[in-house]
Ligand binder design. Structure first.
Ligand SMILES: Cc1ncc(C[n+]2csc(CCOP(=O)(O)OP(=O)(O)O)c2C)c(N)n1
Ligand SMILES: [Mg+2]
Length: 318
């Protein structure tokens, strides 16, 4: 059992490289933002639901400079890190989640349903892949060089729409980047209990290129993916990038049924304590700064009046 579970965890033990301050700032912004969300829920200050990407922050941070403003990004229910990596806007996102003035979608979308420029998210598993495939077709025809990127979890490979999308994207050679955050679990079901074969095998059935990343080092991940993403822009064809990652927190809030040994394994694979040990001065400096930043955001957003419904969710700019 342990071997299969560990199959979905990033490789440990490899030394981490030093990150640019800017990348560490973003990693720690996401971490503090989401830890704070869980605390606010526990205090009864938030309603609805939320899904944190604690432990997975490095995925959108690594992809950040590889994606362009004119690319379309389709995020999912676990999308705060995707949004913050793209826009660096904790005020707008927290206001959206709290339904306060300045909210990205006037508080109508909440944690899971964001629309801003060419970035959108949905809580409906698998929904975005066919939509992104259609968008990728449009991009190929009228905006060559731009791509559609979709974030999906491992559990979402249980949705039939994923395969219809892969089929067409491969057949029509579309600029579609599928980013799989394989954390080994879907809500409370371990992936090994519901997935036959592998994501690599499924991609290969459609002749789709697949790359697996089992590192947490943002620099290494970027240098591995940069040429692949550049090639995808130049010679469109779908690419599946599967990250072996781990979910540190509950599925949403307080609903974690995993065995303590699984949680311990996930914590051990976490980039954060490893990075803090490797670069203590830089980590402490930036960690404190982002912690304070999030405290300020919470104070400022909490003091705002409720969002109003007058302006509809901002439509994507052309
Ligand atoms: C069509 C659909 N079915 C069920 C759900 C309920 N649901 C939300 S997230 C989730 C698990 C998703 O697992 P995975 O794709 O592995 O992503 P993770 O939560 O691990 O990031 C489920 C079953 C949903 N949102 N949409
Ligand atoms: Mg999962």
């Amino acid at each position: 059992m342990t071997a299969v579970v560990l199959e979905a965890l990033p490789r440990r033990g490899t030394p981490l490289s030093r990150l640019a301050d800017e990348d560490l700032e973003l990693l720690l912004l996401i971490r503090h933002f989401e830890q704070t969300l869980l605390a606010l829920f526990a205090e009864g200050l938030l309603s609805g639901t939320t899904h944190t990407c604690l432990g997975q922050e490095y995925v959108p941070v690594a992809l950040r400079p590889l994606l362009r403003a004119r690319d379309f990004v389709f995020s999912n229910h676990r999308g705060h890190g995707h949004y913050l990596a793209r826009f660096g806007d904790p005020h707008g996102l927290l206001a959206e989640i709290m339904g306060r003035e300045g909210a990205v979608c006037n508080g109508v979308g909440g944690s899971q349903h964001i629309l801003r420029d060419r970035h959108t998210s949905t809580g409906v598993q698998g929904e975005s892949l066919p939509v992104a495939t259609g968008v990728a077709l449009r991009l190929k025809r009228s905006e060559p060089g731009n791509l559609a990127a979709v974030y999906v979890g491992d559990g979402t490979w249980g949705e039939g729409a994923v395969y219809e999308a892969l089929n067409i994207a491969a057949l029509w050679e579309l600029p579609l980047l599928v980013v799989v955050e394989h954390n080994g679990i879907a809500q409370s079901t371990l992936t090994r209990l519901q997935m036959a074969g592998s994501i690599a095998g499924r991609a290969s059935a459609f002749g789709v290129r697949h790359v697996r990343i089992d590192a947490v080092d943002v620099n290494k991940i970027r240098s591995r993916l940069a040429p692949l993403v550049a090639a995808l822009r130049e010679r469109p064809a779908p690419l599946v990038v599967e990250f072996a990652t781990q979910r540190l927190g509950p599925h949403s809030k307080g609903d974690d049924t995993r065995d303590p040994e699984l949680l311990a394994a996930a914590r051990e694979a976490d980039w954060q304590p490893r990075y803090a040990a490797a670069f203590p001065e830089q980590f402490a400096r930036i960690d404190k700064r982002q912690q304070r930043r999030v405290e300020t955001v919470v104070r400022e957003v909490t003091d705002r009046p409720p969002a109003t419904w007058e302006d509809a969710c901002r439509a994507p700019s052309e």
